[in-house]
Design a protein. Structure first.
Length: 270
């Protein structure tokens, strides 16, 4: 099993980020088809007060928007369409999260950057995408430009999302030099982490298991990130939004912290 097609989001504003380079390198390593994708929604509704102050729309005409997206596509093709590789470009005049969620039917794995602008018409919302896309999402921090994938940590919690993430990550887990399953919990709430180890072992993946006791005053995410730093892990595999997104926003949660603060790549699945 491998990823035959990777899809990477290209921000319409600014230069192509490090996550685009990561996607290109990973596609080359996997001999996978690479699709670049970008969306930009026109603003069709204006507040009355803004309209009175500036009756002209603040966004370019549709044809100009399409031309800018086409230029992004040409840049993407020029960067990655080398001999022996298959590269494709897709773009649409739509909200990026909605457009990419639909087009992701064509891909095995989606690669995105950790953050973008605050403009909802042309900026991707990573959390929204994880919930919508139905594909594993590789989140790349803005300062990361390479993806070794040699030391992987699996953030385990006995939920549907975590099981889905492990299955979706099998191609990367199989290429890793070391895989550690990490569970942050007290002994009272420990799960059968050995079942996960046996499952991966039958796929030819040797793993270590670590059960971390929660540290007083620290969140589960903070305990996990501390372990990641101490073990030089370069990829976290985790279920995305095991609780509702609203619940994570109010009370905090692992997914929210990873989307915002993770210093390394994260593969998330919902």
């Amino acid at each position: 099993m491998s990823y035959a097609t990777l899809m990477v989001h290209v921000d319409v504003a600014g230069e192509m980020g490090g996550h685009v380079k990561v996607a290109g390198e990973l596609a080359k390593r996997l001999h996978a088809h690479l699709i670049g994708i970008s969306g930009w929604a026109p603003t069709s509704v204006f507040l009355a007060e803004e309209a009175l102050q500036d009756p002209m729309p603040s966004t370019p005409p549709l044809q100009e928007m399409k031309s800018i997206l086409d230029i992004k596509g040409q840049q993407f093709q020029a960067a990655f369409n080398t001999e022996g590789r298959t590269v494709e470009w897709r773009s649409g005049l739509d909200f990026p999260s909605d457009y990419i969620a639909r087009e992701a039917r064509a891909a095995d794995l989606l690669v995105i950057g950790q953050s973008g602008t605050s403009d909802p018409f042309r900026s991707l919302d990573p959390g929204d995408l994880v919930l919508k896309v139905g594909r594993p999402v590789l989140l790349v921090p803005k300062d990361v430009t390479s993806f070794p994938g040699k030391r992987i940590g699996v953030a385990w919690k006995d939920t549907r999302e975590a099981r889905r993430a492990i299955a979706d990550a099998l191609p990367l887990l199989a290429m890793a030099e070391s895989v550690t399953i990490v569970e942050v919990c007290t002994d009272e709430f420990a799960t059968k982490i050995e079942d996960v180890s046996s499952y991966l072992g039958r796929h030819g993946i040797n793993v270590n298991c670590e059960r971390l006791q929660p540290v007083r005053g620290a969140t589960t995410a903070q305990c996990l990130l501390q372990f990641v730093r101490s073990q030089n892990i370069d990829l976290i595999v985790a279920g995305g939004y095991g609780h509702s997104r609203l619940g994570e926003w109010i009370f905090g949660g692992v997914t929210r912290t990873m989307l915002r603060d993770s210093p390394i790549c994260c593969l998330l699945a919902h």
